[in-house]
Design a protein around this ligand. Structure first.
Ligand code: MG
Length: 300
């Protein structure tokens, strides 16, 4: 996981247009302190930090806010020496994430909000699928959390399609975590009985390890990617509840055996539910939207 890519241990924010702000940390060893650090963001971004926590910002002023953050040890910040093993750091990181994910899940369940975590490699068609989905769910209040390393482009596309969206930029980070999603949810303020779609950062590795508090995990896999992807990225496919096989309009032009690929995926997750779609041409869209509508009805 992040042992290899380092996304959760190192600085993941952009210093290009830094400003100072203050905030408070609550540590598990029960002291609080305030500190300042310079970092940058465009308005409306949630920002990931070196120690795996995030801040939501809606304005550029100096301001104070609280958040909760615990450490693998007292000095696990990226700018201080690490103590202990990398493995124990990761275990603590994932344990913290799981705690926050449980809180997210409780929040969503209490309000009857259907939250889905959409994951794929870059370019599988997540954003296009969401764009084409939103307008086809009349009567379903739909909000979207967009995860990308940089830019507001996908959130802009979602807003243009008619849904409220919050963009989370992870900088060097390659996945969303439960804390980022918690802040983004606060900002989106989804209403009871609504649909909250989380488009994770395009990556088939790390996102599989981070529970966000979602009700279900959707993996989007396009026929241009190679039919053996489930074998190469088993964690992602094993963790998925639903598989959307996208870009099926391109099947005549690529070498991709659909049945063999689905067999690979079902070997990992026998109960996997599968939709075959072309987000651009419209294949499978009705079935996908019917599924979302019935799932929203099922939780609210
Ligand atoms: Mg996208």
């Amino acid at each position: 996981m992040c042992r290899t890519c380092g996304c959760s241990e190192h600085g993941v924010h952009d210093h290009a247009h830094a400003h100072a702000h203050e905030h408070e940390h609550e540590h598990e060893h029960e002291h609080e302190h305030e500190h300042e650090h310079g970092h940058s963001h465009a308005d409306g971004h949630t920002h990931a930090h070196a120690d795996g926590h995030t801040h939501a910002h809606s304005h550029a002023d100096v301001h104070a806010h609280d958040h909760d953050h615990d450490h693998a040890d007292a000095h696990a910040h990226a700018d201080t020496p690490r103590h202990g093993s990398v493995v124990s750091f990761e275990q603590a990181l994932l344990a913290k994430n799981e705690r926050l994910a449980r809180a997210n899940r409780r929040f969503y369940e209490e309000r009857g909000i259907l939250t889905l975590n959409l994951m794929s490699s870059p370019g599988a068609g997540k954003t296009t699928l969401l764009e084409r989905t939103i307008s086809r769910l009349p009567g379903v209040s739909t909000r979207v959390i967009e995860g990308d390393q940089a830019t507001e482009r996908d959130a802009d596309r979602i807003r243009a399609a008619g849904a409220q969206a919050v963009q989370v930029n992870t900088g060097a980070g390659c996945h969303l975590d439960a804390h980022m999603v918690s802040h983004a949810t606060e900002r989106l303020d989804p209403e009871p009985g609504s649909l909250l779609l989380i488009e994770n950062v395009g990556n088939l590795v790390c996102p599989a390890l981070f529970d966000l508090g979602e009700r279900a995990r959707i993996v989007i896999f396009s026929v241009t990617e190679g039919e053996d992807k489930p074998l190469k990225y088993p964690h992602m496919f094993r963790a998925a509840d639903v598989l959307v096989l996208n870009k099926i309009d391109l099947l005549p032009y690529v070498s991709f055996d659909v049945e063999r690929s689905l067999a690979y995926a079902r070997r990992l997750r026998p109960e996997l539910r599968v939709f075959r779609t072309s987000a651009t041409r419209g294949d499978g869209r009705d079935e996908w939207c019917d599924f979302l509508r019935s799932e929203v009805g099922g939780v609210s």
